[in-house]
Every structure is written in structure tokens, then in C-alpha cells.
Design a protein around this ligand. Sequence first.
Ligand code: SF4
Ligand code: SF4
Length: 278
Amino acid sequence: MKNTGTEKRLFKTRYLTIFIGMLLFLPPFAVLPQTAGEVNLCGAACPRMFFILSPAGVLAGLGNNMQAMWFGASLVGLILLTTFFWGRLWCSHFCPIGGTTELVSHAIPERLKTGFSFIHAPAFRYCYLLVFVAGALIGIGSIACKLCNFRVIPFLAGSPFVPSYRTYLLSSVGLAGIATVSLTGFFARGGRAYCNLLCPVGALDSIVNYLGGKIGFTRKVRTDLAKCSGCGSCINECMVWALERTRNGKIKRDQASCMSCRECIKACPREAIRYGRR
Ligand code: SF4
Ligand code: SF4
């Protein structure tokens, strides 16, 4: 099935939609978080901490957290729903955090960047998700919060306007957060290592993308091995190292890791990768 006109337009305008996401979610405007009374993506707008296990009990803790972080919880619900039917469009086309690290990384010379493809991303991602979800029970929950790119990027974006953000970023915790985001974002090949390895929302999203991909009518990035010549042109385009060449010379794509950015579709000379129904 060929891509529709709307899909082709969405594909072409990926950086534009990321920029719109930055305007909507990041300081100084932070239009959407302000509907929850926040000026960044913490507090009621936090999309991550509501699903950690609470000493108060699983359901009671989840209920309390969802109430306190209603904006973040609603956003994640919406993200997972769209991912199930249309792939990880939030991550690739809208996320102001992963989008920022990806855009900044494009401006940094390749020789200064680190590649993380030696890490088996799914294994690392789900182990980290387990630690993140259970972290509060074993007393290390706040570490993930302090190194969170959903905290560091909004603080960086708002720092020219808000003196307290500058103070925070220059503290030891702030500098540790900047170092984490720099290494796994700005100075990572593709700019998305944090997204691929350390983002708990991305980890949930990848599971939903995988499950949705099993259903024929959902729209996903899909591979047609009969057309693949094994040229490998697509592999280097993938910012989350979801593509690899198998022993039979064909390409293998990890649906869970795939962020639906569709850069590989652009690179493939044989139309062996496409976006659409099965
Ligand atoms: S497999 Fe293709 S669509 Fe998926 S993240 Fe990699 S380059 Fe983007
Ligand atoms: S670019 Fe296309 S033909 Fe070449 S390896 Fe990738 S999927 Fe196969």
C-alpha cells in the first residue's frame, strides 16, 4: 500500500512539528503545561512519575499519582493510544525533549559524537524501566527524577528568562542532569540515545508499538523483505539503531525500538520499507 498524501506531508514536515512541540511544551511559552498551572514539565505536567510503584500500594499509589500529575498522565494516555494505531508519532514528530536533543545533535560534528549502538537497546530499556518503576520502593526513585531530560531541557530552554533555573542548572544536581542529557542526547549519534535507552515513557510506548504492529489494520513502518537487496542504505539513517543486516543479507527492523521517523523509507532505493497497514 502506498503512503497517503497526508502521511507524505507529515513525513516531510517532521522538523516543523517538532518545533511546534517545542513552542507548545517548553518555556518561555509552555502553552500546554500552563493549562495545568505549570511552567515546565514537572509537577502536574510530569509524564513519568505517575506510574512508579508507591509504598501506598499499587492501585492507591497510581490513583493518587494520576490525580496529582493529571496533565502528564493524560498526555501519556494520548501518546499510547496514537502509538497503537499510528506508530510512535509522538516520539519522532512532536516530543519537545527528544526533538530538541535530535535537532541540537545535528548541529554537532559527527567526530565529536558517541555511538551507542553497541548497547542492546531493548534489554537495557526494559531493565531500566523496571528499576524506574520500582525505584521508589528501594529508595532510589529520586535519582531518575534528577537526571530526567524532561526536567533538564525545559530548564535549559527557560534559563535565559528565569534566574532560578540558572541557579538550579549550575548546582551539582543540575550539572549531572546536563551531563547525562549531553552525553546521551546532544553528543549522541542521532541524538536519541536517551530516548532509546532511558525514557520510561518511550519504553512503554515501544511495547505498545510492538503490540499494535501485530494487528494488520494499524499504520506502522513495515518492511517488505522480498524487495530488500541488503544494500544497507537505511541502517545509518536510523537514530535508534533499530535496523540491522541479518546473515541472509536482508534487513531486520525492531518494531519496538522503531520511532516511526521514516528516515529509512527516504533512504531505501527499492521501496522495501514503507509506512502503512500490513
Ligand atoms: S527503523 Fe526507520 S522509521 Fe524506525 S526509527 Fe529507524 S529510521 Fe526511523
Ligand atoms: S535501504 Fe532498502 S534495500 Fe537497502 S538494506 Fe535497507 S531496506 Fe534493504
